[in-house]
Design a protein. Structure first.
Ligand code: COA
Length: 180
């Protein structure tokens, strides 16, 4: 049984080592999630420490997947802070532990991220992913729309610059459109 839930600030601080393990595993297995392989555990801890701080400040929502109290997945909802885009959020760091992939956890995390964004009043979501990666299929199947590609956007582990695909999804457009 894998449970999906949002962590509060105290839980986010406590989860830093487990989140760092998850990030290191994913990066070292070739995932394109901001870091280069091999990823130093201390660098991963530093990253999640900053994230926990932003959760405490109400700037981000941190969602995790847990199996028997062990952290096996995560996704972040970044609440765009600028006043003229306070209807917008960015989704990032969707990661599932290698041993539980292809069991629907990634999709459940994305569903939870969309619900959390809606609950936070955000109606327009964006994300990006390396072109040709597995998540592209996942995002399209969940109603996300591609809005462009940028060549040579991010480095692969071997240093090669690779193309990135950008997606958006509108959640509850009705109220925003009524306000226009
Ligand atoms: C992307 C990731 C989160 C998917 O997690 P997951 O739990 O395996 O995903 P799911 O089981 O929910 O799969 C959902 C859909 O994604 C697609 N998908 C996921 N993994 C796939 C794979 N290895 N091959 C082909 N399609 C895949 C499929 O469409 C799948 O639906 P299906 O199983 O009905 O065919 C996981 O592979 C991961 O952590 N990758 C490394 C980090 C990463 O790249 N994150 C995305 C950054 S943008």
């Amino acid at each position: 049984m894998i449970a999906i839930r949002t962590l509060d600030a105290a839980e986010s601080w406590a989860a830093i080592p487990a989140l760092a393990d998850l990030l290191v595993e994913a990066v070292d297995a070739g995932a394109s999630v901001s870091f280069m392989a091999p990823l130093d555990f201390g660098d991963a801890v530093a990253f999640w420490t900053e994230i926990a701080g932003s959760v405490a400040a109400g700037k981000r929502i941190l969602i995790v997947a847990e199996q028997a109290n062990r952290l096996v997945g995560t996704v972040l909802v970044d609440l765009v802070p600028v006043p003229n885009q306070n209807h917008r959020a960015e989704i990032g760091k969707l990661i599932v532990a290698l041993e539980v992939r292809r069991h629907g956890v990634g999709k459940r995390l994305m569903v939870a991220a969309e619900k959390a964004a809606t609950a936070a009043g955000r109606t327009l979501l964006t994300l990006d992913t390396r072109a040709g990666d597995k998540p592209e299929k996942l995002y399209r199947s969940m109603g996300w729309t591609e809005f462009g590609r940028v060549p040579r956007y991010a480095r692969a582990s071997n240093g090669t610059l690779e193309e990135t695909v950008f997606f958006y999804k509108e959640l509850a457009v009705a109220s925003d459109m009524a306000a226009e």
